[in-house]
Design a protein. Structure first.
Length: 209
């Protein structure tokens, strides 16, 4: 498995394209924001995406008012990162109800602490769910194998996955792992095993976004 860093954020679609330029023709797997970028790439460049794994990911926010509210909320978070730095931001981020199931000593947290305030703030401002165009109407055009993964305790994203299944081809699979929203931190080994098995089934090593 090749882990791809999300490129320096440009536009949402442009960043997804840059991810595809780096990964080439492959199976793409992404969590949350990374999943949204991989989905955008699959829609815009299906020739690059052999198969797709989306972990706790959404096609976006359809209501204009809700999208505007998300942009405002992400701007507050971005300003907080710039003011208080990464460790303080992560502490506030993990205090949200969505992340109550994340172990506070999860190994993956150290990777996030190495990110710079400028990079994290740019991701919130340019790649957040509020600034991207929602992709719900594009889901029916996907023809590649797709695996959706959500946590058993993540009611919001389990519901989103069920709605996605209604719009996608019959071969799309939805699997659940015990845990909440942040499965890469909560169940890294089991999630990695699922992705590896899916990649083996479809004949290629995945690129992770």
């Amino acid at each position: 498995m090749q882990a791809l860093d999300v490129p320096a954020p440009g536009t949402f679609a442009g960043t997804a394209q840059a991810l595809g330029d780096a990964g080439g023709h492959a199976i793409y797997a992404g969590y949350s924001m990374g999943g949204r970028l991989c989905l955008r790439l699959a829609i815009d460049r299906p020739d690059l995406v052999r198969a797709l794994v989306l972990v706790s990911a959404s096609p976006g926010i359809t209501d204009d008012h809700d999208r505007a509210a998300r942009v405002e909320a992400d701007e507050v978070l971005a300003e907080g990162i710039e003011r208080d730095r990464v460790d303080a931001f992560l502490a506030r981020w993990l205090a949200q109800p969505l992340f109550t199931t994340v172990p506070r000593d999860a190994p993956g947290l150290s990777d996030r602490r190495r990110l710079t305030p400028a990079y994290l703030a740019a991701c919130l401002r340019r790649l957040g769910a509020g600034v991207m165009e929602p992709m719900w109407d594009d889901l029916p055009q996907l023809t590649m194998p797709v695996l959706l993964v959500t946590g058993t305790l993540d009611d919001k994203y389990r519901a989103i996955a069920r709605r996605m299944l209604e719009r996608m081809h019959p071969g799309v699979t939805h699997l659940q792992l015990e845990g909440g929203h942040a499965l890469p931190l909560e169940q890294p080994a089991r999630l990695g095993g699922l992705i590896a098995a899916f990649a083996a089934e479809h004949g290629s090593a995945p690129s992770a976004g």
